[in-house]
Write a protein that binds this ligand. Structure first.
Ligand code: S3P
Length: 167
């Protein structure tokens, strides 16, 4: 299958959703966000899903949604930060699209997520906790990306412009 999709991966709060929307607009592609699709399918927000059913259930739903998304063409896909935890997710997404890793230093991520109640895995955590999670996932983002883009200090337009240039 031809790889027509653009897949955005990266840690929480690296701008996957806003950059994805902007990129889709520039290239006249469709846009989906896996977190939003999970929320729509259950009629609950991400924090509600974590609180009611736990992380494992969220991951199952996430993997189901990924399999559906992998049938799409000409689509920019913003993913949740934990998408790389399941190799099956990356196999499905990677077979349909080019994978871009939006990369930011952990200090910047911590500043963005520390008071954000929308991200249950990061809310009220110490920088050490965030750093531990970051270290565990870093190798996975590295393993699965086709292109990596350092997003620190760049505008959404700038980052989208870089993706368009690579694509
Ligand atoms: C998660 C990231 C979130 C969301 C969920 C779990 C993670 O998405 O999928 O809270 O495990 O990193 P964002 O990367 O958009 O914050």
């Amino acid at each position: 299958m031809k790889k027509t999709n653009i897949i955005l991966i990266g840690f929480m709060a690296t701008g996957k959703t806003s950059v994805g929307k902007k990129t889709a607009g520039i290239l006249n592609m469709d846009f989906v966000d896996t977190d939003l699709l999970i929320e729509e399918s259950l009629g609950l927000t991400v924090p509600e899903i974590f609180a009611k059913f736990g992380e494992n259930y969220f991951r199952e739903k996430e993997s189901q949604i990924v399999q559906e998304v992998a049938n799409k063409n000409n689509t920019v896909v913003a993913t949740g930060g934990g998408i790389v935890l399941n190799p099956g997710n990356m196999k499905a997404l990677g077979s349909t699209g080019i994978i871009f890793w939006l990369k930011a230093p952990v200090e910047l991520i911590y500043e963005r997520v520390k008071n954000d109640g929308y991200r249950p895995l990061a809310y009220n955590k110490s920088i050490k906790d965030i750093e531990d999670m970051y270290k565990k996932r870093y190798n996975l983002y590295e393993k699965y990306n086709d292109f990596s883009i350092d997003v620190s200090g760049k505008s959404v337009e700038n980052i989208a412009g870089e993706i368009v240039a690579y694509y």
